[in-house]
Ligand binder design. Structure first.
Ligand code: ADP
Ligand code: MG
Length: 301
C-alpha cells in the first residue's frame, strides 16, 4: 500500500476533527478526498505529510511510519498545501533551488529543477518572481515543488480552488498527466473534479469517513432511493394506469402527458411494452442518473 491510515483520530482541544478514520490507497491510484468545508480534509493531509501529529492511530506511507520522522519518509511524499503558501519575493528557479535544499537533492538539483520546470509548463515564466505570476502559474510552481523529490505519493490539498475555469482545466490536465506514474490523494469539495480526475473517492464529513467507493459505484451507493425514469407521451395518460405497472413505487405528474416515475428497478423495457400495448406514442423515455451533487448531499447531510 502507498498510504495506509488506521484508526486515526485528531483532537483540537475538545474538538474531534478526525474520528477513528481508516482507509488505504494502493500504489498508482488517484483518489479524491472529498468533504464539505471543515470536514477534516486538510487535517488528515497535514497528518499524512508529517506536519501535524495525530492524537491516535497509525499512519504509514510506502510502509514507513510517519512518527519515525525520517528524511526517507519525507522524500516519499510531495505535498501541495491548501492556499499554497509561496515566497512571493523569490524567483521561480530560486524558490525551487531552496526546496531542493530541503529535500537534500544535492548535485542532481539543477538537472531535476529544469526537468520539473519543463513538466509543469513553467518554462515561459521560470525567470519571473513568484509574486508576478498568475494564480494558475503559482499553482504550477506549487506542483513543481511537490514533484521535485520525484515522490511516489502526491498529496494535493484543493489544488484548483481559486483558479479561473481555464486554469482549472490546465491544472487538472497536469495532475492527470503526472498521475499516470504516481499515487495521488487530492482533496476537493467539488464533485465534478473527482469525476474528472479520480478512480476512487473517499468522503469524510465532520471527521467521519462516510464513503470509500470507486467513482463508477457512487450511483449504486445511493440507489436505495430507487430509479427515476422520465416518460413523456404524445397525448394525455392517466397516471393510475401507469402505477399498475410492476416495479413502480410512485409517480410525479409533471403534466398530463409527462411523468417522473420512481421504480425499484430499471423498468424502461416494461414501460415501452406498455406504451405499445396501449397503442400510445412515446416522445421521451429516460433513466435519470443521480447528479454527483445529489450523491454528495445525500452522504454528507
Ligand atoms: P477541511 O480541510 O475539510 O475544510 P480542516 O481539516 O481544515 O477541514 O478542519 C477540520 C476542523 O478542525 C474544522 O472544524 C476546523 O475549524 C478545525 N481546525 C482545523 N485546524 C485547526 C486548528 N489549528 N486549531 C483548532 N481547530 C482547527
Ligand atoms: Mg481544507
Amino acid at each position: 500500500m502507498s498510504i495506509s491510515i488506521s484508526g486515526v483520530t485528531r483532537m483540537y482541544g475538545a474538538q474531534k476533527a478526525l474520528n477513528n478514520v481508516s482507509f488505504e490507497i494502493a500504489a498508482g491510484e488517484v483518489v479524491g478526498f472529498l468533504g464539505p468545508n471543515g470536514a477534516g480534509k486538510s487535517t488528515m493531509m497535514k497528518i499524512i505529510t508529517g506536519y501535524l501529529p495525530q492524537t491516535s492511530g497509525v499512519v504509514k506511507v510506502c510502509g514507513l511510519d510517519v512518527t519515525d520522522d525520517s528524511l526517507e519518509y519525507r522524500n516519499k511524499i510531495g505535498y501541495l498545501p491548501e492556499h499554497n503558501p509561496l515566497y512571493l519575493d523569490m524567483y521561480v528557479k530560486e524558490y525551487l533551488k531552496h526546496v531542493a535544499g530541503i529535500y537534500k537533492l544535492g548535485k542532481h538539483a539543477t538537472k531535476r529543477i529544469n526537468e520539473i520546470i519543463d513538466i509543469t509548463g513553467l518554462s515561459p515564466e521560470s525567470t519571473k518572481k513568484i509574486g508576478a505570476l498568475s494564480k494558475g502559474y503559482r499553482q504550477r510552481v506549487g506542483l513543481a515543488q511537490a514533484l521535485l523529490p520525484d515522490p511516489e505519493v502526491l498529496i494535493l490539498d484543493e489544488p484548483t480552488t481559486g483558479l479561473d475555469p481555464n486554469q482549472i482545466v490546465e491544472v487538472r490536465d497536469l495532475i492527470k498527466q503526472v498521475g499516470e506514474k504516481k499515487t495521488i490523494m487530492l482533496s476537493t469539495h467539488i464533485m465534478q473534479e473527482v469525476q474528472a480526475i479520480c478512480e476512487r473517492v473517499i468522503i469524510i464529513n465532520k471527521g467521519n469517513l462516510v464513503a470509500n467507493e470507486k467513482v463508477s459505484n457512487l450511483d449504486a451507493l445511493v440507489s436505495g432511493k430507487g430509479h427515476t425514469i422520465s416518460i413523456e407521451f404524445a397525448s394525455p395518460v392517466n397516471s393510475e394506469e401507469l402505477s399498475a405497472i410492476e416495479g413502480v413505487n410512485s409517480i410525479e405528474c409533471v403534466s398530463d402527458n409527462f411523468f417522473k416515475i420512481n421504480a425499484n428497478k430499471d423498468i424502461r423495457k416494461e414501460l415501452f411494452a406498455w406504451t405499445v400495448a396501449q397503442n400510445k406514442q412515446l416522445l421521451t423515455l429516460n433513466q435519470e442518473h443521480q447528479s454527483m451533487e445529489d450523491i454528495f448531499r445525500g452522504l454528507t447531510q
